[in-house]
Design a protein around this ligand. Structure first.
Ligand SMILES: Cc1cc2nc3c(=O)[nH]c(=O)nc-3n(C[C@H](O)[C@H](O)[C@H](O)COP(=O)(O)O)c2cc1C
Ligand code: SF4
Length: 401
């Protein structure tokens, strides 16, 4: 068993309370169904349900029974870690209609019911926190959205965004701290910051969206400064043992956007600030800007269809914290390949769990056939339009052949 810190740390041993008893061996292969830990969170396997918004909270962000039932089914499916759909840290940073809120103390009791249910099923659950930035909902048409720099809807639809003042940067950081503390109080096992897909934190990291000329823009370290400070301050607030994860773009896939080498370099700064694990994704999203990488179908050979593997390899060797890789992972053989060669420490999936919430349990029981998700993208289109999260694949199509 590994502590979850692979390659550079490579500790193999037994988890015993807060300690990992070392067995001395380094560099062995990772296995899917082995216990690992990230911070004080013990995970029963290396498969993560990547954050996927559910469109199942109330209009004002409170947890509903249907959201709890939905998450409970996932927990019964035995993924090592479930990451919730994006939860907003301030009203103005909300970006979908029936999104879960974590912006007020009043949200805590509902969230606690959700974490209790996951724990009752033996699962682990992290809350994903977001500020939508220039991708937020336009709640007050006269008020521009907040972003690192002025934008007139070049990337994210038609709503104009304006550059945040230094006071606004401080107040958004405070909103994230408050939300991280609520995450812990509500019984979550970890928190994940959403710094990918063109939301506010991702916009700060991207040279395309961040054209500031002050200490929060310019070179790589200055663009990373907002997020680096945020991680340090959150760690101070929640305590060093409470795991802080972050989802980042390995590549924006847009001309002039963030590239893998810079993203990996920035992550060394995040690690120094206290980050416990990084999830690698990609794409500066928008309703009409889903990168083709996310819509192409699974490849036939294991590993061929893993979207962001080349980017993840840029991170390997530069950082010591665990790498979680998401995007296009559909088959047990793919996962075995990625882990046995220690290319990544954990794998994450989103759409396969929409189609089959109990996929891991099925694999564990001996049915090794790949996910029947065809990466057709219909669930994304429906979810963008506000429909509830579920598989919308047309019954009669046979795209697998
Ligand atoms: C309907 C839908 C909702 C999503 N919601 C989120 C989200 O809330 N947070 C996030 O980080 N990514 C979100 N994603 C992206 C996924 O987490 C994942 O990165 C992407 O779908 C690629 O993984 P996959 O090929 O396993 O689906 C969403 C994807 C889909 C299809
Ligand atoms: S709608 Fe398509 S992409 Fe979404 S879960 Fe179903 S098969 Fe997969």
């Amino acid at each position: 068993m590994y502590c979850g810190y692979s390659k550079a740390c490579g500790t193999k041993g037994k988890v015993d309370g807060d300690k990992v008893e070392e067995e001395g061996e380094k560099g062995s292969m990772f296995e899917i169904f082995e216990e690992t830990r990230i911070g004080n969170m013990v995970l029963k396997n290396r498969i993560v349900r990547s954050a996927t918004w559910e469109n199942r909270a109330t209009e004002d962000g409170f947890v509903t029974d249907e959201l709890i039932d939905f998450t409970s089914e996932l927990a019964q499916g035995e993924a090592g870690l479930i990451i919730t759909g994006i939860s907003y840290v301030t009203e103005e940073g909300k970006n979908i209609f029936r999104q879960t809120g974590i912006h007020r103390d009043e949200c805590i009791p509902g969230l606690k019911r959700l974490t209790d249910e996951v724990h009752r099923q033996g699962g682990r659950v992290a809350a994903q926190l977001v500020h939508g930035g220039g991708r937020s909902l336009v709640l007050q048409p006269a008020k521009p959205l907040l972003a690192p720099s002025d934008m007139v809807g070049e990337f994210f639809g038609t709503a104009p965004s304006r550059a945040m003042t230094l006071d606004e940067i401080e107040s958004v950081k405070e909103a994230f701290h408050g939300a991280a503390l609520r995450t812990k109080e509500a019984g979550f096992d970890a928190v994940e910051l959403h710094a990918a897909h063109g939301y506010l934190l991702s916009q700060f990291l991207s040279p395309l969206c961040n054209r500031r000329e002050d200490e929060y823009g310019g070179n790589l370290a200055r663009r990373a400064r907002f997020v680096t400070e945020l991680i340090g301050e959150i760690k101070e607030a929640v305590g060093t043992d409470f795991p802080v994860l972050m989802k980042v773009n390995g590549d924006d896939f847009v001309d002039g956007g963030l590239k893998a080498s810079d993203a990996a370099e920035m992550t060394t700064l995040f690690e120094q600030a206290g980050l416990d694990a990084v999830e690698i994704s990609g794409g500066l999203f928008g309703p009409d800007r889903i990168p083709k990488e996310l819509t192409r179908r699974s490849a036939r050979k294991p590993e061929e269809g893993v979207f962001f593997l080349p980017q993840a390899q840029e991170f390997r060797g530069r950082i010591n914290i665990p790498i979680i890789l998401v995007g296009g992972i559909r088959a047990l053989e793919m996962i075995e390949g990625l882990l046995s060669e220690e290319k990544v420490d954990y794998v994450a999936m989103s759409r396969p769990f929409i189609r089959e919430p109990q996929l891991v349990k099925r694999w564990k029981s001996g049915d090794r056939s790949p996910s029947t998700c065809q990466t057709c993208g219909r669930c994304s289109l429906k979810a963008f339009r506000g429909h509830k999260l579920q598989c919308y694949r047309r019954k009669k199509t046979n795209l697998m052949v």
